[in-house]
Each structure stands twice: as C-alpha cells, then as structure tokens.
Write a protein that binds this ligand. Structure first.
Ligand code: PRT
Ligand code: ZN
Length: 286
C-alpha cells in the first residue's frame, strides 16, 4: 500500500463539479476520464476514489478512503465513525418537511401522528423526538416528492434548494429540520504521513476559500483623505500607501471582504477616494 492520501469524491452528481474545481484550485492535478474509479495525482501525494455519495462516509469510516467530500446531510444520516474536518461552503441545501399546499398547517404539533415519506429517517426521527412528536416514517429511496399525490404519505421530508420541486408537486415547505453544505470528512485516525498530507490539503483549501471571500482594492486619494480612508479599510495588516507622481496624491491598496464590499465602497467614495479598482485574488495565504 502506498502512502498517498486517499480522497473520496462523488463520481457524478451535484457535488462533483464543485469538488473537482476546489481540488483544481488547490493546484492538485489528476486525470479524470469518464468511467474511471480511481486516479492518482501527478503533482500531490493523493489519489482519488470516485464513488456514490451515500457510500463515502462508510468508506472513510472503514479506512478504504482517508477523507471524503460529501453533503453533511448524508454524513449525519449515515452516522458512521467520521469527523467533519472542514466545511466547504458549497452544495448548500436544507432538509425540510413539506405538506400538500391545500393542507391547513398551524405549527410543528400538526406533524403529530401523520405519515411522512423520506430518504432521511434518522435525521427526521431525531428531529421529531427532540420536539416530543411521533409520526409514521416511510423510508423511500427516491422521488419522495410524489408520495402525497399517490397516497403513500401525508407529508414528505426531503432536500430543498430553490423550492421549485416542492412547488411543482403541489407541496409547501413547513419546517426546516437541518441545514447542510458540503464538508470534508476524515476517518478516526490517520498515520502521521497521511495526517501531514491532510494538513497540507487543508492549508490549500483555506487559502482558496479566503481568496474567494476577499477582493484586492486599489484607489487614489488626496493625502488629506488618507487617514479617513485607512480607517475604513481593514486590510490584512494595514493598507499600503504609495505616493503618486502627482504631488499631494497617493494610491492606497488593501484587501476587503466580499460581504463588506458595497458598504465599504460607498464610505470610501464619501471619504474622497477616486479611481477605485477591485480585483479578484488568486490565492490568499493566511
Ligand atoms: O448518485 P449519487 O448517489 O452519488 O448522488 P445522489 O443522486 O444521491 O445525490 P445528488 O448528486 O443529487 O446530491 C448530492 C448532495 O448534494 C446531497 O446529498 C446534498 O447534500 C446536496 N444538494 C444540494 C442537493 C440539492 N442541493 C438538491 N436540490 N441534493 C438533492 N437535491 C434534490 C432534492 O432531493 C430534490 O429532488 O433536488 C430537488 C430539490 O431541488 P429544488 O431546487 O427544486 O428545491
Ligand atoms: Zn446518493
């Protein structure tokens, strides 16, 4: 057995594209031809196993893979011996209970005694138990949203993203029971070599995420406005201030968070900033 870190990712599905782009942005190259089940990286000590998402927690728990990328909903539902090593921020969705649109719904106690179809019996029963409720759970593996219309159940508990699947099946979302995103899971114990590779991978993932969440900003300002502008700009340390060829003017450079972006831009303009440029950051080493 070689000492590569074995990383399980979804073979084809909603997690695949974002998982592959994250790995690529981490500078890790591998061949991903169709039908391949396994591939070794050419420039990082890792190999990739392409699996169904439902199997990933089990393979990681059994040590067939060392780490895996999977939805947190699947991790909690499968209840295997794995830990969440890092949250990845993509494939965000929620697990919700929905009932027929025409059904009167007053609150969570309306779930008492009804029948609910779901592919997530563990998450649903945990939620009902926590709320002191009992319901008749029908476990089905797919097409959950049609269960009420064919008379299989009174309600469904399924993954929702935009809500359009529920709407087109005449259902309304009444309770959100779990919020999920893609996570990197790891087995209980890795040997020192593989733990070292995982640490390197996590370092790269965090740098990629930080770069995605931040922008590099450059602006010009009269020297009299520099103090007010540097007070507004947080920066990694403090902003860089460089004199312009035109006397009495400087260029200010800094890093701003994507979420603060528009607020900060407005305040900067009010403080006298001109010629503001905002550019993406390729990688951000923290
Ligand atoms: O073949 P394999 O078993 O690997 O994949 P899969 O078909 O079981 O899973 P897949 O690829 O559909 O989803 C993988 C993971 O993506 C899920 O476990 C979630 O963590 C996450 N995810 C994010 C979603 C959705 N969004 C999503 N919208 N998983 C499923 N859906 C389905 C949902 O089941 C419902 O049918 O999309 C429909 C609802 O979408 P909206 O946009 O109409 O609300
Ligand atoms: Zn699946």
């Amino acid at each position: 057995m070689n000492s590569n870190l074995r990383i399980a990712i979804q073979k084809s599905g909603r997690l695949s594209e974002d998982s592959l782009s994250l790995i690529k942005e981490c500078g890790i190259q591998f061949y991903n031809g169709t039908g391949k089940l396994k591939s070794e990286s050419s420039n990082f000590p890792a190999e990739f196993l392409f699996l169904r998402d439902d199997d990933i927690p089990g393979y990681v728990a059994d040590g067939v893979a060392d780490v895996g990328i999977v939805g947190e909903n699947v991790v909690v539902e499968k209840n295997k011996e794995v830990t969440v090593a890092h949250r990845l921020g993509f494939s965000k969705c929620r697990l919700s209970v929905a009932v027929d649109r025409s059904r009167d719904y007053h609150g969570i106690s309306d779930l008492q005694g009804i029948s609910i179809a779901t592919s997530y019996p563990r998450l649903l029963s945990g939620y009902l138990e926590k709320n002191g409720l009992r319901a008749d759970i029908h476990e089905i593996s797919g097409s959950v949203e049609i269960a009420p219309s064919i008379g299989l159940s009174d309600a469904v508990c399924d993954i929702v993203s935009s809500g359009s699947t529920l709407m087109s099946n005449g259902l309304k979302e009444v309770e959100v029971i779990f919020r999920s995103e893609a996570v990197l899971i790891a087995g209980q114990k890795l040997d020192a070599g593989r733990q070292g590779i995982l640490d390197k991978l996590l370092f790269r993932i965090k740098s990629v995420q930080a770069a995605r969440n931040n922008k590099y900003i450059l602006l010009n300002a009269p020297n009299t406005a520099i103090q007010a502008i540097t007070d507004i700009l947080p920066g990694m340390k403090s902003p860089t201030v460089v004199p312009l060829a035109e006397p009495g003017w400087s260029s200010v450079h800094s890093v701003i968070n994507e979420n603060d972006f528009w607020n900060i831009i407005d305040s900067l303009r009010e403080a006298g900033a001109q010629g503001i440029l905002v550019v993406p950051i390729e990688k951000m080493i923290l």
